[in-house]
Design a protein around this ligand. Sequence first.
Ligand SMILES: C[S@@+](CC[C@H](N)C(=O)[O-])C[C@H]1O[C@@H](n2cnc3c(N)ncnc32)[C@H](O)[C@@H]1O
Length: 244
Amino acid sequence: MAAKKESLIARAGQMTTDGKSGVSGDWDANIHYQADDVAGRYDAERFSTLAGRVFNDRERRLVVGAFAGLSRGSRIADVPCGTGRLAEPLLAAGFRVHGMDISGQMLGVASRRLARFGATFTTEVADAKKLSAGAGTFDGVLCARVLMHFELPEQIEFLRGVAKLTRGIVVINHSYDSPFQRLRRKLKRLLGHQAPARHPISDRGIEALLEGAGLHEIRRVRLNRLVSEAVYITAVPNAPGVRA
Ligand SMILES: C[S@@+](CC[C@H](N)C(=O)[O-])C[C@H]1O[C@@H](n2cnc3c(N)ncnc32)[C@H](O)[C@@H]1O
């Protein structure tokens, strides 16, 4: 029973952002979600099965736990917010959430879904890579399910933008790369599956990513490490002039 549950969670955790087991060469996360049908199907495609629901529930609880050190009413930026999947439990936990995303279509879904939270949920269409300095007005920032779609330099650009929003914690979700995960990927390919994320990250990659974004790691949590690549890293800004 427990093994079956783990396998269900693994399947949901491995889904790519296009809801399939692989992505085509010209797929671009910056533009893919800027379509009404893609935004409208996002949650149903990934999180309506039993596996999806179980994984989603675990991820949502993990995210709330990551911000547990902040007091109720604290302001969290969710970048990218998408359909508000992870903003929802943060709002329910008493935080105020500002959802930012390059896709107005995804934010439209989020606004409808989270209307019951009134003014504690706000949205803004924005490109995370183009956020200006001095915008550090949030108590914490969440950056989930996006970095693994970009090459490392672009990941750094994205996270650097996100990190400008806070002097507090940055909670980052990524796909973890390790010899064990590479073996899993190989087996999956042999079985006819494609790699789940285009640019999973190794320990060295995490170091480079955080250093490039001016952050350092304070905590790392793996979500079902044997069956899923999902990793959550909590980081804080480096003191001025200090390299990681
Ligand atoms: C897979 S969704 C993840 C949404 C949400 N964080 C979640 O976990 O459900 C990826 C999101 O990244 C957004 N995105 C892609 N490029 C972006 C950029 N440059 N700036 C801001 N958002 C971006 C997309 O529009 C999409 O909503």
